[in-house]
Design a protein around this ligand. Structure first.
Ligand code: ATP
Ligand code: MG
Length: 138
């Protein structure tokens, strides 16, 4: 299923009231939402989701941030979904993100950067299955 990606609207964007605007941009860019839920990650679950970054210096900060408030998790469908979604969200650091990207518009820092986007088809499947049962993926 190379036409799907996974995203989270992170706690900063949720808290700042940007969920609706971000979902609107996602739809306007041609992505179909095929699974979605609002949830709040425990520290343990956030640590598990970002386990790949466990050795990085910012891991503790990342886990604290991602478990600091509610998020919206979603599975998105579109041709070339992974690459096109990363283009739509922009660079990890909002200071380097292109104009018009979600992170340029809504992120506040490299850590609190509004949205997550999968980096490969393989991870999109793993991450979608982390949040959604098969019955919740349409
Ligand atoms: P994401 O995986 O959330 O879509 P990304 O793929 O652009 O982001 P990664 O390198 O996978 O970036 O980093 C995962 C997350 O860790 C980033 O989105 C950000 O929240 C945080 N992060 C990355 N680098 C830093 C850093 N230097 N300082 C603080 N937080 C960071
Ligand atoms: Mg990443």
């Amino acid at each position: 299923m190379s036409n799907r990606t996974f995203t989270m609207i992170k706690p900063d964007a949720t808290k700042n009231g940007h969920t609706g605007a971000i979902l609107q941009m996602i739809n306007a860019a041609g992505f179909r939402i095929v699974g979605m839920k609002m949830t709040w990650l425990s520290k343990e679950k956030a640590g598990e989701f970002y386990a790949v970054h466990a050795a990085r210096p910012f891991y503790g900060e990342l886990v604290d941030f991602m478990s600091s408030g509610p998020i919206t998790a979603a599975i998105l469908e579109k041709d070339n979904a992974v690459e096109d979604f990363r283009k739509l969200i922009g660079a990890t650091n909002p200071a380097e993100a292109a104009d018009g990207t979600i992170r340029k518009l809504f992120a506040t820092s490299i850590g609190e950067n509004a949205v997550h986007g999968s980096d490969s088809n393989e991870n999109a499947l793993i991450e979608g299955d982390f949040f959604f049962s098969k019955l919740e993926q349409f």
